[in-house]
Design a protein around this ligand. Structure first.
Ligand code: FEO
Length: 168
């Protein structure tokens, strides 16, 4: 049985992962409309991953005899200043998500829910990967500068491929 405080904070995380999925979907659509097919694909794939994170939480709460609540969705922004500003926002958002995962670990420890504390470690590790992959993208953008967005757009999916290979 999940302690009530753990159930509550896991449900809050469902909402955050769901919002992440919507945010990256909105970003993907923005990029696609500006001819950046590679960036759009990266963001569409990221949006799918966030949905998987949300589903993981839903299933875990229900398996542990809690009640997962599917939240209403906040509308994500529809416009972004430029591609660098967009990825800065992705990094800022992932840092916010990492902090909220760490809050879950803290509540698990306070409630002595060691099963959930152990389970949530997957998310702790996933956040290290997610923040690091966005930092690699931002570093590449810094190197290429505004004039080489075409090259960046062409390369971004192979950067994702490299990350996934190194995780396997
Ligand atoms: Fe599910 Fe990108 O955090």
């Amino acid at each position: 049985m999940l302690p009530k405080k753990v159930e509550k904070i896991l449900n809050e995380q469902i909402q955050k992962e769901d919002y992440s999925s919507q945010l990256y979907l909105a970003m993907a659509s923005w990029a696609e409309n500006r001819g950046m097919g590679g960036v759009a694909e990266w963001l569409y794939a990221q949006s799918e991953e966030e949905r998987e994170h949300m589903l993981k939480l839903v299933r875990f709460i229900n398996e542990r005899d809690g009640v997962a609540v599917i939240p209403a969705m906040d509308k994500p922004p529809t416009d972004f200043e430029n591609i660098r500003a967009l990825f800065d926002k992705v990094l800022e958002h992932e840092q916010y998500i990492s902090a909220s995962i760490h809050d879950i670990v803290t509540v698990c420890m306070e409630e002595r829910d060691f099963a959930t504390q152990n389970w949530i470690q997957w998310f702790v590790n996933e956040q290290i990967e997610e923040e690091s992959s966005v930092r690699v993208i931002i570093d590449k953008l810094k190197l290429l500068g505004d004039k080489n967005i075409y090259m960046f757009d062409r390369d971004i999916m192979s950067m994702r491929g490299e990350e996934k290979e190194s995780e396997a």
